[in-house]
Design a protein around this ligand. Structure first.
Ligand code: HEM
Ligand code: HEM
Length: 179
């Protein structure tokens, strides 16, 4: 009788332990899944926010760069839209006045985008290297921009500023198309 009782107790104990182990496993698994989902959602949000910053940088850079075609084609534009002459001239003046702050914003958005993307994706491949090359070229162009602000008549500094930005633009096109 004692042997049977001990046996029963042993069976009872073993089943209890097994259940416990299962319950424990389930809980861990659930928690791990929850943590995994949470982490995934966070990194997806960071990635989407980062992409938005990238598009913001593109928009600001286009706005800063619009100065060139608008100035070059000013006569043609006024010829086509004579009624909008005063509006067009004041638009050009405003763009020229805000060019440096818009350029700085474009560069700041680029940096924020690059950092966020690197931390959310954590990889450095050809697409990222193209982005980094573009960022470096933009940075050097901004330095030439500051020098240009003090020497507006110097066509070499102007061409260097513009040339560096065109080169950056080529890397950006490649970067966006390869993402
Ligand atoms: C530090 C340098 C950079 C790094 C590490 C970087 C990284 C990335 C990564 C990883 C993506 C892919 C996102 C995805 O589809 O999962 C991306 C997308 C993008 N990047 Fe960059 N980037 C850099 C510089 C730039 C620059 C200079 C620009 C433009 C001014 C730019 C504009 C964009 C845009 C617009 C997208 C979104 C493309 C799409 O929606 O498919 N990035 N970037
Ligand atoms: C993505 C950013 C930028 C782009 C695409 C860009 C593009 C250009 C272009 C195309 C011009 C020639 C305009 C013309 O000759 O008609 C120009 C001029 C100039 N840029 Fe930038 N630029 C950028 C950022 C900057 C920054 C960050 C600075 C300074 C901190 C700067 C300073 C200047 C100055 C002083 C001029 C001469 C403006 C004038 O003649 O009124 N640029 N830029």
């Amino acid at each position: 009788m004692l042997t049977v009782s001990i046996l029963c107790l042993l069976v009872y104990f073993t089943i209890g332990q097994t259940n416990y182990a299962f319950a424990d496993d389930d809980e861990t698994e659930f928690y791990e899944q929850y943590e995994y989902e949470k982490g995934k959602e966070e990194s997806e949000a960071a990635e989407e926010g980062g992409e938005l910053l990238g598009w913001g940088a593109v928009a600001a850079a286009l706005l800063a760069g619009a100065l060139l075609p608008l100035r070059r084609q000013a006569n043609l534009i006024i010829k086509i839209f004579p009624n909008a002459k005063t509006f067009f001239i004041s638009l050009l003046k405003t763009l020229a006045k805000w060019h440096m702050p818009i350029g700085v914003v474009a560069f700041a958005l680029t940096l924020a985008h690059g950092v966020l993307m690197y931390f959310s994706e954590g990889e450095l491949e050809i697409r990222e290297y193209a982005g980094i090359a573009a960022t470096i070229l933009m940075g050097i162009a901004a330095i030439f921009g500051v020098i240009l602000a003090k020497n507006k008549a110097n066509s070499l500094i102007r061409s260097t500023h513009i040339g560096l930005l065109f080169a950056a633009g080529a890397f950006i096109v490649f970067h966006v198309l390869s993402s």
